[in-house]
Design a protein around this ligand. Structure first.
Ligand code: IPD
Ligand code: CA
Ligand code: CA
Length: 275
């Protein structure tokens, strides 16, 4: 149990410390060097510095743990505990002066997501969860929305040019035709945390990477949500679709997504206990 608890505490403290450093850089973003990694895919010195800081803090305490970061890649992937980090999720917002960005820190234990921290420094809001302990935004307990139809709330969506446009746009049409509405704010991790918090009724993105969503998967599991089996078929290495919602909405969300574009659902609150 202590193994999990010590890492849970470190994940929260390092997220806050790294987040406040990133916030300082956000306020001085005009001085940052920004490079393109691909179409609509940017990276700044803030992403690299923040990830290096988190990596150093984690390994100073748990030297044998594995680490996968968006910017620095994978070290010790076969370790029992693997930290999966996006130092800044929502880089397009960050470099353009918008507030929808966050830090995402997930921890896997023997391949299962067990700790999730999504920290939004602009609002000083920390979404956090550990297996079996509930999900919280700061001290407030989280519960997913009870909506059963997309017409009953706002759906989060994500899209990147890693996916053909035609594989996604028809889904939006089906949501609108059913009386739904969608938001894409630029940070998949933050929007998934909002699903755990019941602010959004669900989230769909046809391809997302592990560092974007692993922390939020734990939040969703602990807030009573349903998430597809993101880690199936190499999701950790290559990414996968992500589909998340409250249990009442999940079947309709699946029906609105082309069946061939999603992996089978996992009733996330039925995972066996590890500790
Ligand atoms: C991106 C954001 C975006 C999502 C993309 C991600 P980045 O991450 O989460 O919302 O749609 O799939 O790549 O580049 O801002 O770290
Ligand atoms: Ca990201
Ligand atoms: Ca990122």
């Amino acid at each position: 149990m202590m193994l999990l608890q010590d890492r849970y505490e470190l994940a929260r403290s390092v997220a806050r410390e790294a987040g406040l450093r990133a916030l300082e850089m956000f306020r001085r973003r005009d001085e940052l060097v920004i490079e393109s990694k691909g179409l609509q895919d940017m990276v700044s010195a803030a992403d690299q510095d923040t990830e290096a800081f988190i990596r150093q803090q984690v390994l100073a305490r748990f030297a044998a743990d594995g680490f996968l970061g968006e910017e620095g890649g994978l070290d010790r992937g076969d370790a029992d505990f693997l930290w999966v980090i996006d130092p800044i999720d929502g880089t397009a917002c960050f470099v353009n002066g918008m507030h929808a960005w966050c830090l995402s820190i997930g921890v896997l234990c023997q391949g299962r997501p067990v700790i999730g921290v999504v920290y939004d420094p602009n609002s000083d809001e920390m979404f956090h969860a550990a297996q079996g302990q509930g999900a919280f935004a700061n001290a407030k307990r989280l519960q997913v929305h009870s909506a059963a139809r997309v017409s009953e709330g706002v759906l989060g969506v994500g899209f990147s040019h890693r996916v053909p446009v035609d594989a996604f746009v028809p889904f939006l049409g089906r949501v609108l035709a059913d009386g739904g509405m969608f938001i894409r704010n630029g940070s998949g991790a933050l929007m998934l945390a909002y699903v755990a918090a019941g602010r959004l009724i669900g989230y769909y993105e046809p391809h997302i990477n592990a560092w974007d969503c692993l922390a939020a998967i734990v939040l969703l599991q602990e807030a009573g949500g349903v998430v597809n089996d993101f880690l199936a078929d190499g999701g950790l290495q290559h990414g996968n679709p992500i589909i998340a919602a409250g249990p009442a909405l999940y079947p309709q969300l699946l029906a609105l997504i082309a069946p061939e574009s999603c992996s089978p659902p996992l009733q996330s609150n039925k995972l066996p206990a590890l500790f």
